[in-house]
Design a protein around this ligand. Structure first.
Ligand SMILES: [Zn+2]
Ligand SMILES: [Zn+2]
Length: 280
């Protein structure tokens, strides 16, 4: 039910590397796609990626941005692309100008503001899509979307020669099919599920779950823009995900404590689908 701390986790042919602990560190890398969601303090396994998608500016998610930029410069790698909430653009650029002053070096980087619903193309088959989340500061989540072409059902029984003939006539014989391989919420209240209902269909959903029991109340979680397990359990039936990976656990819980609570509280039919992501 849990992922070994510090090790990679794989599902559906995609590898995930990361660590997530509330207020301390959150970063999830998809090395096969050369990207990551949030950067924490800039872990070794995110330094050589190409695209960085930042959910929001809290330090446990975004402090590593200047460090990654400097590491790219040191290793003569192409300048990195960061996708971030628009309100982060000006202060982060300012931060880099100050760091350039400290280091006597001019850095190269691209900061791209994102908007809900926007798609960022990675290649012909994959794109990253931005969805809205609900937190104390401006925030967004990200989905990795796979785009595929599939033969239209009405042409299913035709021979290769017949299909070729249709193609020659200029007929469109394929439909575009999309599937959300994974979604990453960053920090959010549970209402993002209503703002972005398509996320419920993600094969893997990395879902914020900061508090698991009455160590902190639902009200407390909501006041700080977070989600409580009490709010997730009644929503499980809405989630069509193969795996629901809980991230951003409060450091008030040890891993074994958290696993014990999940075992006791997650209804039996969902036990195989709910996973705790490592944070330590
Ligand atoms: Zn956080
Ligand atoms: Zn936060």
């Amino acid at each position: 039910m849990s992922v070994e701390a510090g090790s990679a986790w794989e599902h559906g042919g995609i590898q995930y590397w990361g660590l997530s602990l509330s207020g301390i560190r959150t970063s999830l890398a998809l090395p096969q796609h050369h990207l990551c969601f949030d950067v924490a303090q800039g872990f070794p396994f995110v330094l050589h990626l190409k695209k960085y998608f930042i959910t929001h500016g809290h330090l446990d998610h975004a402090a590593g941005i200047p460090y990654i930029i400097s590491q790219k410069a040191m290793h003569n790698e192409p300048s990195p692309d960061f996708y971030l909430p628009p309100s982060l653009l000006e202060p982060m650029t300012e931060m880099m100008r100050i760091w350039e002053k400290i280091e006597g070096h001019q850095y190269r980087f691209q900061f791209h503001p994102v908007a809900a619903g926007q798609s960022i193309e990675l290649n012909q088959q994959y794109e990253v899509r931005v969805f809205p989340t609900v937190h104390r500061i401006e925030s967004f989540g990200y989905s990795l979307v796979h785009k595929n072409k599939k033969l239209k059902t009405e042409f299913k029984n035709l021979s290769q020669a017949e299909l070729a003939a249709l193609r020659r006539e200029g007929r469109e014989i394929q439909d575009q099919v999309e599937s959300i391989q994974c979604s990453f919420t960053g920090d959010t209240q549970i209402e993002f599920l209503d703002l972005a209902p398509e996320v419920r269909k993600s094969k893997v959903l990395f879902l914020e779950a900061t508090y698991f029991d009455d160590k902190k109340s639902v009200e407390h979680a909501r006041k700080w823009g977070h989600t409580h397990l009490d709010e997730i359990i009644p929503r499980l039936s809405q989630l069509e995900c193969e795996k629901i990976v809980l991230i951003h656990l409060s450091s008030r819980y040890t891993t074994s404590e958290a696993l014990k609570i999940l075992k006791a509280r997650i209804p039996r039919e969902y036990q195989g689908r709910v996973i705790l992501f490592p944070g330590r």
